[in-house]
Write a protein that binds this ligand. Structure first.
Ligand code: FE
Ligand code: CA
Length: 527
């Protein structure tokens, strides 16, 4: 177990003043959490090469993260002993007014990563944080708390990003995102890619071997975090993250791999990948990996303005349908009845019930489903003109999708919408319980963001599919970038931002399209 702070029995926070409580907590850190010998470690090289991050904000705190790694892509380069790390929270960028400080342990069993859950702060404020270890200081990160539950909040701005193949391009999109005016960043998966590319690419992974064990996945995350624009985007905002497939392997489903590996072996690979994910993301203790399992679905509430229902589309899903005689993972298939198998699941029964309960209970004005995939049906045609569907996405799980979309109205959740990624292109759609029935009412809007750097899907041929998909109101796969949303009580505006030249790290960025959703009406309005 990592340096989880457990209050000793008998320490009743409610009976103590806040200051005495802080002193008591510091004493606990100093006496029991700091490992013997930890103070002897002295940094000879910068241990903060991976930067800092924060995430999962609440109204009184957030997680702050770093990982000590003086040799980032070579196993980290730390001695195999616990190391003490000091953290501070300040109310100013210059770090002169320090509000909180404490010690955490960078544990070698968790790759010397540090996840501190800070609480007791004021709502709706920006804060600055930093770490020191072995005489070295980290960059100063900036993060914020959410408005208090029930507090009327006027505005929320967030960006969502996904699909950042390191070899496909430089992260010019993050250069812009890092300078944007945002409260929050959502990452919707494919933070790393396990596979390397053939041919000419602008840069290479640390190795062309696919990671399968913990040290290899750690090195892969370190390779991605060697990008200064990505580190800067983390440093400036709290992030809320979920994954898609490439954090483990292309198109995996629960314990089933694309290569049809032995499921027991694949679960060991998944355990290594999930642990490395935890070690590199600003996640709370609730997401500590347990063997091959990691609890990632959760909610983040921004006052009463918005709740993010963060979903896990990979860990609990049933096998992609209609794959007999083919490779594992997704396939483009003419219709086969297994796509409509009511026993199929994408979220798993527990997560599906959790989402339903959360939508029923939500008092938020907007309810955002943050998940990795496009939910809208996308009907393509094969050479013979027959309709075909891609089975790794929601089209492979048409029954659970219809089950969910038929249920949304009954939950009475206010202003539901979904955001997604995965297919390296921008989409805006109006989701229906029955996409083939023109009279089926619009249930909620969907915005899918393009990739940060991963190559787009074919443009011309996909464009030809749009007449078969009248619920899709916008598509463009030619741009790399991200999406930005601004929410008020009256409306949501979603803006698609694209780089003029993705090959140029210094490229300008422009707005490709802008949509408005009025509160109380799920339809898309193009601006
Ligand atoms: Fe991707
Ligand atoms: Ca994907």
């Amino acid at each position: 177990m990592p340096s989880a702070l457990q209050l000793p029995p008998g320490l009743d926070i409610g009976s103590l003043s806040r200051r005495r409580c802080l002193l008591a907590l510091s004493a606990i850190f100093a006496s029991t959490v700091t490992p013997a010998g930890a103070a002897e470690w002295k940094a000879s090289d910068d241990p903060f090469t991976l930067g800092v991050a924060s995430g999962d904000p609440s109204s009184d705190g957030f997680v702050i993260w770093t990982r000590l790694a003086p040799k980032p892509t070579q196993g980290g380069g730390m001695p195999a002993v616990p190391v003490s790390v000091e953290w501070t929270i300040a109310s100013d960028e210059g770090h002169t007014r320090i509000l909180r400080r404490g010690r955490a342990t960078a544990d070698p069993r968790l790759g010397h990563s540090v996840h501190v859950e800070v609480d007791g702060l004021d709502p709706d404020r920006w804060y600055w944080y930093r770490f020191t270890a072995g005489g070295a200081a980290s960059p100063t990160g900036r993060t914020r708390t959410c408005p208090a539950p029930g507090a009327p909040s006027a505005r929320l701005r967030f960006a969502f990003a996904s699909c950042q193949h390191y070899e496909h391009g430089l992260f010019g999109a993050y250069r812009h995102l890092a300078q944007d005016d945002l409260d929050l960043v959502l990452h919707l998966g494919d933070y790393i890619y396990e596979g390397s590319s053939a041919g000419m690419v602008p840069r290479r992974h640390e190795t062309k071997e696919e990671p399968v064990n913990l040290e290899q996945y750690r090195n892969r995350y370190a390779c991605y975090k060697s990008d200064a624009h990505l580190r800067e985007a983390h440093r400036n905002f709290p992030w809320v993250v979920t994954w898609d497939d490439h954090e483990v392997e292309n198109d995996y489903a629960a314990n089933l791999s694309q290569n049809r590996d032995d499921p027991a072996w694949f679960l060991q690979r998944r355990a290594a990948a999930y642990q490395a994910y935890y070690e590199h993301m600003p996640l709370r203790r609730a997401s500590l990996p347990r063997g091959p399992d990691l609890l990632l679905y959760r909610r983040v509430a921004f006052g009463d303005l918005a709740t993010f229902h963060v979903l896990d589309n990979r860990q609990y899903r049933s096998d992609q349908p209609c794959g007999e005689g083919r490779r594992g993972g997704g396939n483009m298939v003419p219709d086969c009845t297994d796509r409509f198998d009511p026993a199929a699941t994408l979220w798993g029964g527990n997560q599906e019930a959790w989402l339903d309960d959360g939508l029923v209970a939500s008092r938020s004005h907007w309810n955002v489903l943050a998940q990795s995939l496009m939910m809208a049906q996308l009907t393509n045609r094969n050479a013979a003109g027959r309709p075909v569907h891609w089975t790794d996405g929601w089209d492979g799980y048409a029954a659970p999708r219809a089950r969910f979309l038929s249920r949304v109205a009954a939950t009475k959740a206010s202003n539901p919408l979904t955001i997604g990624g995965d297919i390296h292109s921008f989409w805006a759609s109006e989701l229906k319980a029955d996409f083939d029935d023109p009279k089926s009412p619009v249930v909620m809007p969907e915005f899918v963001g393009t990739s940060i750097s991963s190559r787009g899907i074919p443009y011309e041929s996909t464009l030809k599919a749009l007449p078969d998909n009248p619920h899709i109101r916008y598509f463009d796969s030619r741009q790399r970038g991200y999406a930005r949303c601004e929410i008020s009580r009256a409306r949501l505006q979603a803006v698609f931002r694209g780089l003029a030249d993705a090959a140029d790290e210094q490229s300008s960025m422009r707005t490709l399209a802008s949509f408005v959703v009025e509160s109380g009406r799920p339809n898309l309005n193009r601006e």
